[in-house]
Design a protein around this ligand. Structure first.
Ligand code: FES
Length: 283
């Protein structure tokens, strides 16, 4: 399986179609609000993996009921619920997919194809059950569950091996030792400009506003973009930093994510001022 997954990650032949699909998704889901909604910015967590619980749970429950006598109606209802609920989950997944790196998009494409096969099989299963052909409906359902299982496996690979839509910067905290760290002389910090420094070996950005200083991890939680090279902008009265790679936007006061594709907040460090020096420590 590892060799197969590596081949998919490296399958550049998928890029032509993938690039076209990416443009189509970006052209269709243009509004920032709709993209943020689908990324799960409002939830502080990616929306797609939460939404897929409904079809996966419904289909698995239907598969169990199909093995029990007298459960045809319940199994048909659950199969139909799973089939309908896969559509909004797929839209959220496509929205995330369009902001992934190339190797991630290749695996994401095969993940989407597996789930599309599952959707076709389950649609056939619902149609067969409603027309009274329950044995055919059960068989199509079990085949669909196999395709959905393959899709879920690839989705797990995307998240756990390739780091798609997970917070990739939070592990930097493990590289910072306990205790307070001196990061800058307050007098040398310009007002309302980003400054990059190190805490141990970890890059952080500093932003001074009056006598307040924010210290925030520099690597973007989406895909490690350098926030120190990002622009500072004001949104709803809050100073925010915009990632130069894909535009994720975080409040400089607290790190809350304002716009995706990241749905994770950015980690800030507690600070204090000691004899004119800004110090920071682990939260
Ligand atoms: S790396 Fe993608 S938005 Fe920052």
């Amino acid at each position: 399986m590892r060799a197969l997954l590596t081949k998919i990650e490296q399958a550049s032949g998928l890029d032509r179609f993938g690039d076209r699909l990416q443009r189509a998704v970006q052209g269709t889901l243009r509004g920032q609000r709709i993209r943020d909604l689908l990324h799960g910015v409002w939830l502080g967590h990616p929306l797609h993996p939460a939404m897929v619980q409904v079809p996966v749970g419904s289909w698995m429950s239907a598969a169990v009921l199909d093995l029990m006598p007298g459960q045809r109606r319940a199994a048909t209802t659950l199969t139909a619920i799973g089939t309908v609920s896969v559509l909004p989950a797929a839209v959220a997944g496509l929205n995330d997919w369009a902001a992934l790196s190339r190797d991630q998009r290749r695996v994401g494409l095969v993940h989407a194809v597996s789930n599309s096969v599952a959707l076709v099989l389950y649609t056939g299963s619902v149609a067969a059950r409603l027309s009274g052909r329950h044995q055919l409906g059960r068989t199509l359902g079990w085949l669909g569950l196999g395709a959905a299982g393959a899709g879920a496996y690839l989705g797990g690979h995307l998240a756990y091996k390739q780091g798609a839509q997970v917070n990739v910067s939070v592990s930097d905290l493990h590289l910072i030792s306990d205790g307070w760290h001196s990061v800058a002389e307050m007098a040398t910090l310009p007002q309302r400009q980003l400054v990059t420094r190190k805490v141990d070996d970890v890059s952080v950005i500093l932003y001074r506003h009056g006598d307040d200083v924010t210290v925030m991890l520099e690597r973007c939680p989406h895909q490690s973009g350098p926030l120190g090279e990002g622009e500072v902008t004001e949104i709803d009265g809050h100073a925010c930093v915009v990632c130069p790679w894909h535009g994720s936007t975080f409040r400089l006061n607290g790190g809350e994510v304002v716009h995706g594709p990241s749905s994770n907040d950015q980690q800030t460090l507690p600070t204090r001022l000691v004899e004119g020096r800004v110090e920071a420590r682990l939260p």
